[in-house]
Design a protein. Structure first.
Length: 259
């Protein structure tokens, strides 16, 4: 199958590698489904589609196929970032502290007991909210999302991700998926020489930006990386943006060795 696709002009490296792999392959194989128009019902997901996609659930689905399922830290930070898009709704319910606690827990800044207390406080207020409404516009729905987000069990995070990144067009959430995950077709590669440049100046700046949420300083990282010899256009272009960065940013994570 891979040889036939190459002969037909296919250049999708991930699909070709998967089809040439030892398997095991089953019905429902994402590469075969793409060729047959099953499953996703569309051609094999491409790099261009990744950068133009506006449905977060589809992007996360394909990320799992092309790379690997998201770990607990990335899942929690993505859900936190999506919640921050609806900060006013959360603030009306008094849920800001719970979301901030979940974000801090993702980076080991608070312990499991603090997360558990935030989770219990969120559940405790749920009975007082009226049912009904959609998404985070409704207070009860807001609490459901934040309850999943603060759940100590990592498996509950997938519920928070589904609630905060549903199967509909949402350009804001799609940008957050790209911000946190990067490009599934081009994993970030950091040269050791960049990290040791000028006695670790790049790592020091990246850590300060991350810990202080001072993301307006991110473009300075691009300048320092260029001075250190970096020619990775995707990494530099991402860091040149002075807006839209959140904790979990793929470029900052790569420089700081976070997963």
């Amino acid at each position: 199958m891979a040889d036939l696709l190459v002969a037909a002009g296919c250049t999708h490296a991930a699909a070709l590698a998967h089809l040439r792999g030892p398997g095991p392959h089953f019905r429902g194989c994402w590469a075969l489904d793409a060729v047959l128009g099953k499953g996703q019902g569309a051609p094999v997901f491409t790099e261009i589609q990744w950068y133009t996609a506006s449905r977060p659930s589809v992007m996360l689905h394909w990320w799992g196929y092309l790379r690997e399922p998201l770990g607990p830290r990335k899942l929690r930070l993505l859900a936190v970032a999506c919640c921050r898009l609806r900060w006013r709704d959360l603030a009306r319910c008094g849920l800001e502290h719970a979301v901030q606690t979940a974000e801090e827990f993702a980076d080991d800044l608070v312990d499991l007991d603090a997360l558990q207390r935030a989770h219990e406080a969120t559940l405790g207020g749920m009975a007082a909210e009226d049912a009904g409404g959609d998404e985070l516009e409704n207070a009860r729905q807001a609490r459901i999302v934040v309850a999943s987000l603060t759940a100590p069990d990592p498996q509950s995070l997938d519920g928070a991700r589904r609630e905060s990144a549903r199967d509909f067009d949402d350009a804001g959430q799609a940008e957050l998926v790209r911000e946190i995950l990067g490009n599934p077709f081009k994993p970030a590669r950091i040269a050791p020489s960049w990290l040791t440049w000028q006695s670790g100046a790049i790592v020091e700046l990246a850590r300060a930006i991350y810990e202080k949420h001072d993301f307006v300083l991110v473009p300075r990282l691009a300048d320092q990386l260029r001075a250190a010899g970096c020619r990775d256009s995707e990494l530099l272009e991402h860091l040149q943006q002075n807006r839209g960065h959140v904790r979990g940013c793929w470029a900052l994570d790569a420089l700081l060795g976070k997963q």
